[in-house]
Design a protein around this ligand. Structure first.
Ligand code: FAD
Length: 170
């Protein structure tokens, strides 16, 4: 299948004006593409407000719309949990539904630049979703997550432990 984006219009490149703040096509900052730290720094330095670089940047309230990190954590929780509850051996129809879900997910994920990179990663033949059964899907999901970890400069998770983390407990 193609990784071409059929759901999203073209977007702007990340802003050059507010460090770390990513813009949508309409030029407005994309909350789900941006960290809270960058977001709050942008709010602090918005026109009319005096920027005080030494002052700590406030945390957003807990019921604020999710930033790129909270969205990511919640999404990985759902994706790994889906793998953890997937059939040991999935019937063809279930495999097909899972493939469809992953494809659709990768086009609708609310952080557009995350979604773009994720589709790019999946487009490589060796990274095609593995949906035969729970072990295959769980390992694939772990590898997908590790690809993002590497991109963000984080350490890789030991994928032999994915079931302890997301299914059985330690
Ligand atoms: P997370 O990476 O969210 O991980 C949550 C927990 O999962 C960890 O505490 C750990 O226990 C466990 N874990 C970690 N790695 C693995 C693994 N490989 N397998 C199994 N379990 C694991 N953010 C960006 O800034 N830029 C991006 O381009 C980007 N792309 C993303 C693409 C997708 C599809 C998703 C779902 C998220 C993306 N994110 C991106 C968000 C990013 O992956 C993190 O969720 C976010 O940075 C918060 O990281 P965290 O350190 O709290 O833990």
């Amino acid at each position: 299948s193609s990784s071409k984006d059929t759901t999203r219009n073209e977007h702007e490149e990340p802003s050059k004006h507010a460090p770390g703040v990513v813009l949508d096509k309409d030029g407005k900052p994309c909350r789900t593409c941006t960290s809270s730290a960058a977001w709050m720094a942008m709010m602090k330095s918005s026109p009319g407000k005096k920027l005080t670089p030494a002052a700590p940047v406030a945390q957003p309230p807990s019921d604020f719309p999710p930033d790129v990190e909270e969205l990511g954590r919640s999404t990985w929780t759902m994706l790994h949990s889906m793998a953890a509850t997937y059939p040991t051996t999935a019937p063809p129809e279930t495999q097909s539904i899972m493939k469809q879900f992953i494809s659709t997910f990768s086009k609708l994920y609310p952080c557009w630049h995350c979604a773009e990179d994720f589709r790019g990663w999946m487009a490589k033949p060796e990274n095609e979703p593995k949906v035969q059964g729970q072990d295959e899907l769980g390992l694939w999901m772990c590898q997908a997550h590790n690809a993002v970890n590497v991109k963000l400069g984080k350490s890789e998770f030991d994928c032999s432990l994915w079931k302890q983390r997301w299914k059985d407990g330690w």
